[in-house]
Design a protein around this ligand. Structure first.
Ligand code: ADP
Ligand code: ADP
Ligand code: ZN
Length: 210
């Protein structure tokens, strides 16, 4: 059993790359952001509590996130390992994860701050299959029609606005970025330049995973 963590600031391309690598590794993609948005949509107790933090661009408390992951690893498809996207985001989350599953590779996708706002503010995704696009950097081939599934149900996230992005970026620097050193200390951190073409980054990640 081997699990992978995709690490990086909001908008680094974690979700974009996860969707591509999952085809090669066969490890299911686990996005805590997607799990939280599903909880908000379903109006669960977790969703109601998490929404306050998400709307403000702050991290959701560790206990909520760790409970979500503990449940997720019970699913039958987790036996071969998982690919985490956007989790862990704090040292306590990483410590909890280390007691739940073995992480063998942490891929840090590095993107400078000045690129983040334009990436996040141009992001949209297919409401049907979840594939992520960008207004200028990665648009659908046909305007408003998903390349993968043909749906015309394109969505933008309420928290993908400039104010919230700046708050999310500061939460990243304060609470999440120290994890890079933490994982480097364990000898499993691999750095990838996330400021180039999407295909190139996918190749670099696959090399880092060897
Ligand atoms: P992005 O892809 O832009 O980084 P996500 O979809 O991963 O955004 O997360 C959206 C929001 O959900 C975050 O701003 C935060 O409030 C919450 N969130 C997601 N994952 C975590 C986590 N591991 N720990 C704490 N909060 C989280
Ligand atoms: P994350 O999951 O890390 O928040 P996403 O994968 O959702 O990031 O990507 C954020 C936005 O940036 C999306 O609109 C996506 O299409 C775009 N994007 C992803 N990778 C790149 C790249 N290498 N160059 C330019 N834009 C990118
Ligand atoms: Zn689609």
């Amino acid at each position: 059993m081997s699990s992978i963590v995709l690490f990086g600031p909001p908008g680094a391309g974690k979700g974009t790359q996860a969707a591509r690598i999952t085809q090669t590794t066969g490890l299911p993609q686990v996005s805590t952001g997607d799990m939280l948005r599903a909880a908000v949509k379903n109006g669960t107790k977790t969703g109601i509590e998490a929404k306050k933090y998400m709307d403000a661009g702050k991290l959701v408390p560790d206990s909520i996130i760790i409970d979500l992951i503990k449940d997720r690893v019970q699913d039958p498809d987790a036996v071969k390992g998982l690919m985490f996207d956007g989790f862990p985001r704090t040292i306590p989350q990483a410590e909890a994860l280390s007691n739940i599953i073995e992480v063998t590779h942490v891929i840090a996708i590095n993107v400078p701050d000045e690129r983040i706002v334009e990436r996040i503010c141009g992001r949209y995704s297919c409401g049907s299959c979840g594939i992520v696009y960008h207004d200028t950097f990665n648009p659908t081939k046909q305007d408003g029609v998903c390349d993968e599934c043909g749906s015309t149900d394109m969505k933008r996230r309420a928290d993908d606005n400039e104010d919230t992005v700046l708050q999310r970026l500061s939460a990243y620097h304060e609470q999440t970025s120290p994890l890079a050193d933490w994982y480097d200390g364990l000898g499993i951190l691999r750095n990838v330049n996330g400021d180039k073409a999407i295909d190139e980054i996918t190749k670099d990640i696959l090399i880092a995973l060897n």
